[in-house]
Ligand binder design. Sequence first.
Ligand SMILES: [Zn+2]
Ligand SMILES: [Zn+2]
Length: 391
Amino acid sequence: MYNQCLTGTRILEVPTTSGLQIIKREMGSSNSRSNEGSQRRFLVGSLNKMPGVEQKFYGVSQLVDLNISSQGKEKHENGIKEVIPCGSQEQDILECKNGGGTTLFKPLSLKKPLYASETFVAWKAHYDIEQMQMKLMRKKTDIYLVAIGNFPSFITDFRLMISNEPYSLFDILKRFLEIFYQNMPVNWLSSINPEEKNWNITTRNHKVTGKKQYLVSDFYPQLKKWKPKNTYGILGLTWTDLYPKESLNFVLGEASKRHKSGVISFGRFEPKAFDEEKSRDIEEINHDIMWKLLKVSSHELGHLFGLSHCDFFLCGMNGSSSVEEAMSQPLFFCPICIRKIQHACKFNIVQRYRDLQGFFEDLNEAMPCDRFRHCKEWLDNCLRFLIDDEE
Ligand SMILES: [Zn+2]
Ligand SMILES: [Zn+2]
C-alpha cells in the first residue's frame, strides 16, 4: 500500500504492526500529567543504563510538547515556516551559538496523539521483529549504492580535491553515508542500464519539461531481485527524472521499506517551478547539487531503516511538499530519529558527530558555501553541548 507523503520524496509504507496496538493501549490517549512521564518514555525508550552523554543527548526529547496543536491540520503551521532550522541555508548562526539542546533542536507542535506517531518504542517494535526474521535467513549488513543509466560527463569527470586527494562525486557520497550511518558498510555496485537489463521500467515524457521520466516504483522489485545477498538496503541514483504515479508530475526520490530499496534523482528542476526561459539544464556540480545529493540520499536511507517522517523536531526526516521545502530542511536528524538509527547501526554518538564535523570541515574547505559552513558550526555546537561537561 502506498502512503503518499510528499511531492519531494515519498515512502512506501508497511502495514501497521501489532506492536503499535500494544503501545496505543499502554499509552492511553489522554494527555494528563499523571501519564505524561510514561508517555515520554515512548519517545526515546528508557535511558537508565545509557552513558551520561547519551542520556544528555536523548534527554533533549523532553523539549517535545505532548499536547496536540489546535492548528495541527494546517501543515507545518508551527514548524517549518516559523522556526529557523539548524543546518539549513536560512539558519541564523547566532541561534546555535553556545550549544545546548534548546538551540540545537527545534521541537514541532504535535499534530496527532503520541500513540499514532512513530516514537522510538513504536519503531523498535517493528524493527526488532524484522531483524529477527532477517537473521533467520541470513544477516544483512551492507548498504549498496548503484548508478542507474547514464550521467553527463561533468558528473562522471567531476573531482574535488579533499586533503590533496581527488574525490569523485560518488566517492564523496559514499564517504558521507558511511559516516551518517556509521558501522554500516557502504559500497558502490557497477552501474546498470535498465534498458539493457530488460527491466521494463515504465517511462513517459513530461508534458512541460519534455524530459524522459521513469516510474520510480517499477525499480523496487528489480533492485530487490538483483541486489547482493548481504544487502541491508539498496539506493539507486539516476540523472533521469522520476515520477511516482501518472497523476503526479515529479518526485525527487522514493523508498520502499518492504523491498528495502529506493531510487533518487538529483539532476533536474522541479517541473512545478519549471520555466522554459529560465530553467536551463544543470551543467556543473555546485554546492546546491551537492546539498541535494547529501540531503535526499540520507533521507531516503532513513526510510530503508524503517523510519517514517518525523513529527517531533525540525529534522532531516521531516516530510515536505516541494523540493524547495525539502532543501530548506535540516540535514541532520533529531534525537528521536538518531535513537532509531543508533539502535540499528550501533554507533558512538560523539564519534559520529566528530566524523561528520571532519567531513563538513573538509567539504567547506574544498567547496565553500554557507550551508556547509553552517553544518560545521552546528556540529561544533552539538559536540560542545555533548562533551563540554565531560572534559
Ligand atoms: Zn520521505
Ligand atoms: Zn526526527
